[in-house]
Design a protein around this ligand. Structure first.
Ligand code: MLT
Length: 269
C-alpha cells in the first residue's frame, strides 16, 4: 500500500506490506527506486512489516533541491518516527548501503540489525570524483540515455532481466535528479571509522561479479564490523538481489530468522 510522508523539502513515497513482524526497511541503489526490491517484498512481505521507500528525487517521491546522503539518512529517521518503530532492520544496496552506514553512525539506537549489499564504506577517491564529473558533463550534453546504457551494462552480469529494470528506472528520473544524485554520491562521507562502532548483527552480501563495488569492498566491511557474516552471491553482478533472487533471499531469510529469534529472546528477558 502506497503512503506519503510529507517533509518540508520533499514528499517521500513508500510502500508498507501487510506483515506484522519486525520492521524491515529496504533502501534502493542509485538511480533506481523501490521497485528493485519486488522479489524481496513478495517473499518477506507477509512475515515481516516490509517498508520500501523511494528516496527523495527518485521513483514516486517528489523532486527537490540538491540533497546529500545525510538528507537521505535523516529522511529514513523521520520515516521510522512516522511508523512508530522502536528498532528496525535496515537493508541497503549500494547507495542504499551508504545511507544505511550513515544512519548507523547517526542513529545506532534505532538499529536492530543491518544488511549491507553490494556497497562499501569508503568515500569516492579523487579519480572517482573526476569520473562522476565527466559523466555529469556527458549527461548534460548528450542526455541521460548513453549514461543509462553504460551504467546498466556495468551493473549487469550477462544478459539478465535486470537490464530492463535498470534502464527503465534510470530513464524514469529526470536529468536534474540524476545529476543531483551524482553530486550526493561524490560528496558522501567516508564511513570507514563507523564500521568498528557498529554493534548490531550485520549481514554482508555481494554479487560475485559486482564490478561497481567488488567483493573486496564487502570483505572489508566483514573484517571491520564485529558481529558480521558475509555471503557471496553466485552469478550476480552489482544488483545481486535482482540477478540471483533465489540465493539472495535464501541468505536473507536465514538472517531475518535469527533477528526474529533474538527479538523474541529480548522480549522474554
Ligand atoms: C549505486 O548502485 O547505488 C551506485 O552505483 C553507487 C555508486 O555509484 O557509488
Amino acid at each position: 500500500v502506497e503512503h506519503i510522508l510529507m517533509l518540508n523539502e520533499s514528499n517521500i513515497s513508500y510502500d508498507v506490506s501487510a506483515g506484522t513482524g519486525i520492521d524491515v526497511i529496504f533502501l534502493h541503489g542509485f538511480p533506481f527506486n523501490r521497485r528493485m526490491w519486488k522479489s524481496q517484498v513478495e517473499q518477506f512481505g507477509q512475515e515481516y512489516r516490509v517498508i520500501t521507500p523511494d528516496f527523495r528525487g527518485y521513483g514516486n517521491s517528489s523532486k527537490c533541491y540538491p540533497w546529500t546522503i545525510t538528507h537521505l539518512a535523516d529522511d529514513i529517521k523521520k520515516l521510522i518516527d512516522r511508523l512508530m518503530s522502536k528498532k528496525v532492520i535496515l537493508c541497503g544496496l549500494s547507495m542504499g548501503g551508504y545511507v544505511a552506514l550513515e544512519f548507523a553512525a547517526s542513529y545506532p539506537e534505532l538499529l536492530q540489525s543491518l544488511i549491507l549489499c553490494d556497497t562499501k564504506a569508503a568515500a569516492d577517491t579523487n579519480q572517482e570524483k573526476n569520473q562522476r564529473a565527466q559523466a555529469m558533463l556527458d549527461i548534460s550534453t548528450n542526455g541521460p540515455m548513453p549514461f543509462a546504457r553504460s551504467f546498466a551494462q556495468k551493473c549487469i552480469h550477462e544478459n539478465s532481466v535486470a537490464e530492463e529494470i535498470a534502464a527503465e528506472s534510470i530513464t524514469k528520473n529526470g536529468i536534474y535528479e540524476l545529476l543531483s544524485g551524482m553530486m550526493a554520491l561524490s560528496a558522501r562521507k567516508d564511513q570507514t571509522e563507523t564500521l568498528s562502532r557498529i554493534e548490531c548483527p550485520t549481514l554482508v552480501l555481494c554479487g560475485d561479479k559486482d564490478k561497481i563495488t567488488p567483493v573486496s569492498e564487502s570483505e572489508f566491511l566483514y573484517n571491520n564490523i564485529i558481529q558480521s557474516t558475509m555471503h557471496i552471491i553466485p552469478d550476480a553482478g552489482h544488483l545481486s538481489n535482482i540477478q540471483n533472487p533465489e540465493n539472495f533471499n535464501l541468505h536473507l531469510q536465514k538472517f531475518l530468522a535469527t533477528c526474529k529469534e533474538s527479538t523474541y529472546q529480548q522480549y522474554l528477558q
